[in-house]
Design a protein around this ligand. Structure first.
Ligand code: MRU
Length: 357
């Protein structure tokens, strides 16, 4: 997708270096950063220079490429894989990508290993782009249906950033939006600010602006009243891990939005590539929920009058804060799952029909 009218992907590999867009600096500064070592890749995931479930999976895949370039040794590779998996616990794409890479790399002792690793990491990215594009084409049908009934602008609410910046291209939740916009369907997006890190305001609104899609940032608690006033036609969010039962783990606050949508009979869709499905965990209580530093709540970052990025304390300095990064929306509140293979009910039957696991 575009930034300042130039097409970008979020990650690419060139001359033995991984290139990323540093998302901690957006929207105020656009910086392309080089990752040269496995440590660089792990740090980029941990401090969220890259974030979003599919993108952290792709970064982990290229992280293993960097690990091989640094030290082509199987025990070093295994340790790199373990460190990558533990760098952010909730998004299943991270483990999915590492497992997929390791199934090709374990036991390969020849020089060919680097070629195999680069090929697989590139394939993970190409596949994600194709899957996200298909999610868009499938989700487009829902937006079209609403537009054909309403014959007026479609208002879509989204939470966090499940846009192209969270994937390699297109995004998951935003892909149907981009496809509808390209088709000429008039739409407007309500963007949840998404405290504490403001991925909605800083990333979703930014990327929609760059594609000229009308959008308005709202405080996270505003969605409810907008729904009561009939100003939301549908919600689409992403997910970091969806269980085979259809329960959806996503950025904290998603659950409350789903409850409000349910109460107001507004369709609530979750968009995901199959790499985000956890077929193993059966009980949502067993999903590891990342708890991040409370600084993310107590401090806020922005630019000052000299265009310099500044971080300021906004809480009483004696106050404690708890920063759970994700929550779980039970399947019963999810209208449907939009996947690369089609749209299904958020249930094990629905997922089985599409993926035959
Ligand atoms: O903490 P983040 O910014 O990595 O969280 C991102 C989300 O919660 C997204 O909704 C999810 O990863 C889906 S991305 C297509």
């Amino acid at each position: 997708m575009k930034i300042a009218n130039k097409e970008y992907r979020t990650i690419w590999f060139k001359n033995n270096v991984v290139k990323i867009i540093d998302q901690t600096k957006l929207p105020h500064q656009f910086i392309i950063k080089d990752l040269k070592t496995i440590k660089d890749a792990i740090k980029a995931i941990k401090i969220m220079e890259v974030r979003g479930a599919p993108l952290i999976g792709a970064t982990a895949a290229y992280g293993l490429v960097l690990s091989i370039i640094e030290n082509n040794d199987q025990s070093f590779l295994k340790k790199s894989a373990e460190d990558l998996i533990s760098s952010r616990p909730t998004a299943i794409n991270l483990k999915w990508a590492v497992d997929r890479m390791m199934s090709k790399l374990l036991g390969v002792n020849s020089e060919k290993i680097l070629e195999i690793a680069v090929k697989e990491a590139n394939e993970i990215c190409e596949e994600d782009i194709k899957f996200c594009e298909n999610i868009g084409l499938n989700g487009l049908k829902i937006i079209e249906e609403i537009y054909n009934k309403k014959k007026d602008k479609v208002n879509i609410l989204t939470h966090c950033n499940a846009g192209w910046l969270a994937t390699i291209n297109w995004g998951t939740a935003t892909s149907p939006i981009y496809h509808a916009h390209k088709k000429g369907i008039p739409l407007h997006v309500w963007v949840d600010e998404t405290r504490p890190r403001n991925q909605g305001a800083n990333l979703t609104s930014y990327e929609l602006n760059e594609e000229n899609i009308p959008n308005t940032i709202i405080a996270d608690n505003t969605g409810g009243i907008l729904m009561q006033r009939g100003e939301v036609d549908m919600c689409i969010v992403g997910t970091d891990r969806t269980l085979s039962s259809g329960d959806v783990c996503n950025k904290v606050g998603t659950y409350l939005k789903a409850l409000a949508a349910y109460d107001n009979k507004i369709p609530f869709y979750v968009a995901l590539p199959s790499s985000t499905i956890d077929w193993d965990i059966k009980n949502a209580k067993d999903i590891p929920i990342e708890e991040r530093n409370s600084d993310e709540l107590s401090h806020i970052e922005g630019i000052d009058e000299n265009n310099e990025i500044k971080k300021v304390l906004i809480y009483p300095n004696k106050s404690k804060a708890k920063n759970l990064a994700f929550d779980i929306t039970p399947a019963k509140y999810v209208t449907g799952l939009i996947t690369e293979k089609g749209i299904c009910e958020a249930s094990s039957e629905g997922l089985k029909k599409l993926f035959k696991k």
